[in-house]
Design a protein around this ligand. Sequence first.
Ligand code: THU
Length: 138
Amino acid sequence: MKNPTPAQLRQLKAAAKTAAGRAYAPYSKFTVGAAILTSTDRIYSGCNVENASYGLTNCAERTAIFNAVAAGEKRLRLKCVVVYTPTDIPTAPCGACRQVINEFGPDARILSVCRGKGHIASSTRELLPGAFGPADLA
Ligand code: THU
């Protein structure tokens, strides 16, 4: 899978930051935005959506992916996932999101960025080694 271009990376970061501003996070106050780049070079974004029944919270990464599927992406394949938090240190995707990212992006790049300087550049394979995925059901 090709890497995102510098221009795409800028767009992904901007989209993730905008999405974080839309988060519904009244309980944790921890706002997260995510943007995904598809193999066909389309960008979708999402934010975390919390619930009074805390466990029902949906993370930003999963919202972005579900947003792409709901928009009609039939053969969704992820090139890149960017996560933005308005924090001093970057935030890596949670375990549940790693599993959902793997479903559509087993060879995706994953980049976490924040308000501060730091970032985490990683990949699905690195964050979820030995993953269970669609091929296991074939
Ligand atoms: N959260 C995300 O949206 N993505 C992550 O990868 C980590 C956690 C959200 C879930 C919850 O709304 C808040 O951050 C605190 O856990």
